[in-house]
Each structure stands twice: as C-alpha cells, then as structure tokens.
Design a protein around this ligand. Structure first.
Ligand SMILES: O=C(O)c1cc(C(=O)O)c2c(n1)C(=O)C(=O)c1cc(C(=O)O)[nH]c1-2
Length: 249
C-alpha cells in the first residue's frame, strides 16, 4: 500500500492507479494538469491585477511581500544543492543561485526586484526591512525552503516545476503592467524580462531530472504531489497578500 501523498479528494481514483508507471508523456501531462488546476495565475489577486484595478498601495504591498519569496529562492536552491548527490547534478543546479544573488560585478534577480520596488515607490530600505511582509507570506515561503531542505532532492526539484507555467503568466504581467499601471517606471520591469529566458532553462533542467529519476509509480506520484505543494505555497502567499491589502467588499 502506497503512502498517501496528498491528493485531497482524489485518493480513490489515484489509489486505483497506484501501481501504474506513467510513460514520459503521461507523466508530463500529469504534472501540467497540476498547473492547469492550481497555478497562481488564477488567484483572485492576480485576476484583479490583470483587470488593472489594483491601487498603488496594493501593487506596493504585492512587491514588498514577493520580495520575501525572491530573497528565499536562492536559499532554497542552496538547500537543494546541498542534497544533490553528485558533481554532475550540482553543476546543473548551481547557476540558479547566481541568477538570483548575482556574482562579482553582475547584479542578480534580487537586486532587480529591489529596483522594481523603487519603480513602484518603495525605498530599498523599506523592502529590505521586510516591514510590510505579512505572516502568511513568511510562513508559506519558509515552508518551501523547509521542503527543499528536508525532502528527497528529486521532490524538491519537482517542486520547482511551477516554472513550467511562469513564462506565460510573466509575459502577460509585463503587458498588463505597461498598459494599466503606467505610473510604474518601465526600468522596474527588467526582473520579469530576465525570468522569461531563465525560467524555461530552469524548468527544462528540472523536467529532465524528474523524468530521469522518477522511475516508479510512487516516485512519479510524489513528484506530482511536490508540484501541488508548491502551487499551494504560491497560492497561500497571494491569499495572505490579498487579505492584508484588499479590503473585503
Ligand atoms: O512571478 C511569478 O509568477 C513567478 C512564479 C514562479 C513560480 O512559478 O515558481 C517563480 C518566479 N516568479 C520567479 O521569479 C522565480 O525566480 C522563481 C523561482 C522559482 C523556483 O521555484 O525555483 N519559481 C519562481
């Protein structure tokens, strides 16, 4: 009997399938199904952002809170790196830390996010102090870092596969911000532009690893569950941001 891996409400259907090893195509579709159902592009906070109805304060609240996620992503990747069992695997992962932290003479994503903060009217000090970060965001992001530290590395790798879905959302977001939030200085959007090339590279690597190393039904199902967990991490951040910055109608 396989251990339950968190398919809320779908245990029966999943258990019947528990001994089936999916083909690479079926497995890929199962992973994409998670994104189609649970990715944060459909969160009400994003829906309002896309409708162009968020106030300056609400955009600032989102940027200040997302900073905590940005800051923790390379910490999460360093945790995964520390669990990878070979030089070859670590070589495939280490670039992610540099993408966010930068390297000598070259800024990374965290710096770009701070510039986004300035472009929406938040001082660097204000963002760095985390004074606007609400408890729910901190808890959700910390859960992601903790997951990467403590779970088998292949599950942590699978949890990063939300990046399969982020390019569509981010390219939509760039257009929306330019069209509806014209008060934001355009230079602040550089962060999103660079993710459009980084995210597909990252998700290709992660997908290759997951397809290679998840070779039992249980391993495949754990990967799907890890991706569902990550969708919940992203969703919970927006729940907490929405509650803090959008008054109830
Ligand atoms: O703006 C977004 O909607 C979004 C989503 C995601 C994601 O889907 O995980 C990431 C990012 N952005 C992002 O900027 C980023 O650096 C990133 C790293 C990771 C990861 O799990 O390793 N996801 C994401």
């Amino acid at each position: 009997m396989l251990e339950k891996v968190g398919f809320v409400g779908q245990e029966k259907e999943r258990n019947q399938e528990s001994n089936v090893l999916w083909t690479a195509d079926e497995f890929t579709e199962r992973l994409k199904d998670v994104g189609r159902s649970y990715y944060h592009d459909k969160h009400p906070f994003h829906v309002k952002m896309h409708q162009g109805t968020l106030s300056r304060e609400q955009i600032r609240g989102w940027v200040a809170n997302r900073y905590y996620y940005q800051k923790c992503v390379p910490i999460k990747d360093a945790a995964i790196l520390s669990n990878l069992p070979s030089m070859e695997l670590r070589r495939q992962w280490i670039g992610r830390i540099i993408d966010h932290d930068g390297t000598n003479g070259e800024d990374g994503g965290i710096e770009a996010w701070l510039r986004l903060g300035e472009a929406v009217g938040l001082s660097r000090e204000e963002v760095l102090s985390e004074e606007h970060v609400v408890p729910g965001v901190r808890f959700a992001v910390d859960a992601y870092v903790n997951f990467a530290r403590t779970k088998p590395w292949i599950e942590a790798v699978a949890s990063s596969l939300t990046e399969l879905f982020s390019p569509d959302l981010i390219s939509k977001r760039i257009k929306i911000l330019e069209r509806h939030y014209t008060w934001i200085d355009k230079s602040g959007l550089d962060y999103f532009q660079s993710r459009l090339t980084q995210a597909p590279k990252d998700s290709d690597t992660a997908m290759r690893l997951v397809l290679t190393y998840c070779q039992t039904p249980e391993a495949q199902q754990r990967a799907v569950a890890a991706l569902r967990f990550k969708c919940d991490v992203l969703w919970a951040q927006l729940d907490a941001t929405e509650k803090a910055f959008i008054p109830k109608a």
